[in-house]
Ligand binder design. Structure first.
Ligand code: SF4
Ligand code: SF4
Length: 399
């Protein structure tokens, strides 16, 4: 029997002169519902001999015993398991007996739980106890980890947990009887009104692909849809600051890993859900990074410009002005009248302080007259050729 924080109490309930015990257990409202035949077990010893005890919990799926912990938790605990399970699929398909050799299990502490029911141990004249479980209504899960968001059935199309510790949230939700079903996009769940006299006002019908296409009918009290976040309409701001939205219309950073809160416009910093859906932790992280960037900028007292700006070759430029049409930055590139060989001609001229080095003008110029310094067209062409080459032995390398 698993005894949780619900506690125990003792008294002579049936007035027979013998002390009976009221046992608070985990309850049956749980993903794990152990029985004598299929108990929840724990094997515990210092498996990797690092001085700390490594408890391994197991449960049954059908007639096969599996480890409960996600692969990462197990490897965190016993790093050598990384060699045994170098892929998630190997781990997912391995039973407990395939995961641990009998030799590994020698001298382990082994305990098991065969019920999570709460109930009363009725004292039979001091000789033995009869276990009398509480009715179903009293078999509610103990308080730990129970959050209202966890106690409703859930209808996500798929499950992905990506952050540190998020797999643990998923596991806890499973423990608290949240059921995750998987359906195909063209077979969405259907909500229907229940028949008069049914216990619940509505039913959800869904084909669940986690159980190989089983047709499920789930009675529910309430259906709550989790709606995706959408970007606000900030077209004016985008136009004013000359920053770029992504394809999803959230504001775009320069690089999601290397410069995650900076925009292509120097001095314009992003934070929070302007960039896309974020949870509180991610928003706070982005806000801290943005504050650090701003204070670093202000503390310098002066701003150094990037050297990677456009440069026009006046010998190739014929003054068509296509580059000016595509430039988003005021006066970054303009047409100027200059005198060459005694003739007055128009040529594009870049003002480096206004140029953001975006390269729009490079792609618009029909005469290949513009390059962004450090990223010239000839450098790009050399890189593409190097990527595409299929006979390296024929390449002559010169020092
Ligand atoms: S690189 Fe961009 S900002 Fe600079 S002149 Fe060309 S289009 Fe304008
Ligand atoms: S598009 Fe090219 S050729 Fe035309 S003005 Fe600009 S730099 Fe000159």
């Amino acid at each position: 029997m698993y005894v949780s924080g619900m506690g125990t109490d003792f008294r002579d309930i049936n007035n027979d002169g013998w002390t009976d015990y009221i046992i608070g257990n985990k309850g049956t409202n749980s993903f794990y519902n152990p029985s004598k035949k299929h108990p929840l077990e724990i094997y515990s010893k210092d498996f990797d001999l690092n001085g700390t005890v490594d408890p391994i919990m197991t449960h049954y799926i059908g007639e096969t015993k599996y480890i409960i912990h996600p692969r990462k938790l197990l490897i965190d605990q016993i790093p050598a398991m990384n060699g045994r399970f170098d892929t998630f699929s190997k781990y997912a398909n391995a039973s407990f007996n395939q995961s641990f050799h009998p030799e590994d299990l020698k001298e382990t502490y082994h305990a098991y739980a065969s019920t999570f029911q709460s109930g009363i141990l009725v004292n039979k004249e001091g000789k033995f106890f009869d276990f009398l479980p509480f009715p179903n209504e009293a078999q509610i899960s103990p308080v730990f980890g129970a959050i209202s968001a966890y106690i409703d059935d859930d209808f996500y199309e798929d499950i992905r947990t990506y952050g540190r510790g998020h797999e643990e949230y998923y596991r806890r939700a499973l423990n608290d009887m949240v059921r995750f079903l998987r359906f195909h996009g063209d077979e969405r769940p259907v909500v229907v009104a229940a028949e008069p006299g049914d216990t619940h006002p509505a039913l959800i019908r869904v084909k669940d692909y986690l159980t190989w296409g089983e047709e499920l009918e789930v009675p529910v009290d309430l259906v709550v849809l989790a709606v995706g976040i959408t970007p606000r309409k900030v077209d004016n701001l985008i136009k004013m600051l000359k920053i770029s939205p992504g394809n999803d219309r959230f504001l775009l950073e320069v690089h999601p890993k290397l410069r995650p809160v900076e925009t292509a416009v120097p001095g314009v910093i992003l934070a929070g859900t302007a960039q896309g859906p974020m949870n509180i932790k991610e928003s706070c992280t982005a806000a801290s990074a943005a504050a650090a960037k701003v204070s670093a900028l202000l503390s310098q007292g002066q701003v150094e410009l990037e050297p990677f700006v456009a440069q026009v070759n006046p010998d190739k430029c014929d003054g068509t002005g296509a580059c000016i049409d595509v430039c988003c930055y005021e006066d970054a590139i303009i047409l100027k009248t200059i005198t060459t060989n005694g003739r007055k001609v128009q040529r594009a001229v870049v003002t480096p302080a206004n140029c953001a080095g975006c390269g729009n003008c490079v792609s618009a110029c029909p005469n290949r007259a513009i390059d962004v310094q450090g990223w010239t067209l000839s450098q790009y062409e050399a890189m593409v050729e190097a990527i595409a080459i299929d006979n390296w032995e024929a390449v002559e390398v010169t020092a």
